[in-house]
Design a protein around this ligand. Structure first.
Ligand SMILES: Nc1ncnc2c1ncn2[C@@H]1O[C@H](COP(=O)(O)OP(=O)(O)OP(=O)(O)O)[C@@H](O)[C@H]1O
Ligand SMILES: [Zn+2]
Length: 491
């Protein structure tokens, strides 16, 4: 989704650029337009709440840029090949391992977890990407980039695999400041011998016999390495020197370092700003699949309103750690309720609000809007932005409790909640769990009535009418069964 800008692009946005290690003023290459790339999921298992923190963090950044008048092209990839276990150059492909475990085709695994990811992100009100390219759909682009690197002397073939020659690129390590890492743990002797330097990383891997995800290449049958897809796809869809590249802090090294080296060494200027989200932790440790200390987004959503989950995530800054705990959910729930109840009260009163001048209240509301925007201009400081919404709520509640508030002030308050809390932070979405719960109650009550009516028809031997009711329900996918305990329905 690329929203048409509604205001002149704001020139005063500061963001923390990991490369420059400081907050800098954001100046896009094309005035008013932002190209943004985010490293997306490896689709081999359900997303956990840590993944959601990253997605929500960058969704808010995107929404804020849109709010500040920029048209954003937001590209995030789907890794469906090449991500090997232990994130190294050796080991089994994460998708293949999963496919064997679940007796599925690798592409079934990719689709299953891709759609599960999409459902989770929809529930959390994360905007859909403008482009959502898959690694397997861009193998020719990856091969071309690897060929360019070989031509320029920055990559070499060894035994059907191709490695990036780190020693040929002195800038390698400039993002993370790390210069040495041998990444050799768990690597087979054979792979170690293939590399000229232990830091070299795979651009292309020879497919061992039995490896089913493989493609023809100038180096024989194989598959792309994990890092190269992001360079190939971001450059393809956003162009050289695109604006913002995002991802989790843990991806800085080796993944982002590799992305930069292999793009720039091939002659393609890469991202101009690097943004990294910090981790969601549990008991102080990073939530991660491999540690097994994770809670899936689905499990969380089964217990909590998605808007409360989102509120919890935006209540801490994207560069801060978010600790996952029952207490954190409890406080997010009460915080979110405070805001949403005030908004609902404002909207409830609006249709019958009187016309009356309230300059003092309007000025207060305007002040909170400015505080919110200033916070978001300052490296997307969502905790300060949320505090501004609480400030707004204190003033709005005081006015609502004291007197009948006029239309103009109520409209200003509603717009503040809907635009800042809704459009920018992505809160107050329709159809959140609260709404769903209400719907379930309504549907249950209606179905009770319908089944009682059908029972009455049957008692009165009006079988045609009883069957018609059952038929109508069947057409919308509801089955009625008669059991000893009475009729039951399911869909
Ligand atoms: N706990 C977390 N908090 C924030 N972001 C996270 C967290 N875990 C993973 N991410 C981000 O999600 C993306 C995908 O991560 P990845 O698939 O490696 O998840 P993971 O749980 O760390 O898996 P593994 O333990 O197998 O490495 C990365 O950008 C990563 O930074
Ligand atoms: Zn990436």
């Amino acid at each position: 989704m690329t929203q048409a800008p509604t205001r002149t692009p704001d020139p005063d946005i500061l963001l923390y650029d990991t490369m420059q290690r400081q907050k800098v003023r954001f100046v896009p290459t094309a005035p008013g337009r932002v190209g943004m790339y985010l490293c997306g999921p490896t689709v081999y298992s359900d997303a956990h709440l840590g993944h959601a923190k990253k997605e929500v963090a960058f969704d808010v950044i995107r929404r804020a840029l849109m709010h500040f008048g920029y048209a954003v092209r937001y590209v995030t990839n789907v890794t469906d090949v090449g991500h090997l276990q232990n994130d190294s150059d050796d080991g089994e492909d994460k998708l293949l391992a999963r496919a064997r475990l679940e007796s599925l085709e690798p592409m079934e695994v990719a689709d299953k977890y891709f759609w599960s990811f999409v459902r989770d992100m929809d529930a959390l009100n994360v905007l859909k990407p403008s482009i959502n390219p898959r690694a397997t759909g861009h193998v020719p682009e990856q091969i071309k980039l690897i060929e360019e690197l070989i031509e320029r002397g920055h990559a070499y073939e060894a035994n059907g695999s191709v490695y990036f020659d780190v020693r040929s690129w002195p800038e390698y390590g400039k993002l993370s400041g790390r210069r040495l890492d041998d990444q050799e743990e768990g690597t087979r002797e054979e792979v170690r011998e293939e590399k000229r330097d232990p830091r070299d990383f795979a651009l292309w891997k020879r497919a061992e016999p039995g490896h089913i995800m493989r493609w023809e290449s100038p180096w024989g049958l194989g598959f792309p390495g994990w890092h190269i897809e992001c360079s190939a796809m971001s450059l393809k869809y956003l162009g050289e020197g695109f604006d913002i590249h995002g991802g989790g802090l843990d991806l800085q090294f080796p993944h982002h370092e590799a992305e930069i080296a292999q793009s720039e060494a091939a002659g393609h200027p890469f991202a101009r700003y690097w943004m990294h989200n910090n981790m969601l932790t549990i008991g102080g440790e990073k939530m991660s699949k491999s540690k097994g200390n994770f809670t899936t987004v689905q499990d969380v959503l089964a217990r909590h309103d998605p808007m409360v989950v989102r509120f919890l995530l935006v209540s801490s800054h994207y560069r801060s750690v978010t600790e996952f705990s029952d207490a954190a959910f409890e406080s997010a729930r009460s915080g979110y309720r405070r805001l949403s109840e005030a908004l609902h009260e404002v909207e409830r009163r609006l249709p019958s609000a009187p016309e009356r001048p309230e300059p003092a209240l309007l000025a207060k509301i305007g002040g909170h809007v400015r505080e919110f925007e200033d916070a978001m201009r300052d490296d997307f400081n969502t905790p300060r932005a949320v505090a501004a919404l609480f400030g707004l709520t204190t003033d709005v509640n005081a006015a609502l409790n004291a007197e009948e508030v006029g239309r103009e002030a109520l409209e200003a308050a509603r717009d503040a909640y809907r635009t800042l809390g809704g459009d920018v932070l992505g809160l107050f979405a329709e159809g959140g769990a609260t709404a769903r719960q209400d719907d379930t109650q309504v549907v249950d009550a209606l179905m009770d009535l319908v089944l009682k009516a059908r029972q009455n028809y049957r008692l009165n031997k009006q079988y045609a009418q009883a069957d018609e009711l059952r038929g109508t329900l069947a057409r919308v996918g509801v089955t009625v069964e008669d059991t000893k305990e009475g009729p039951r329905w399911r869909r």
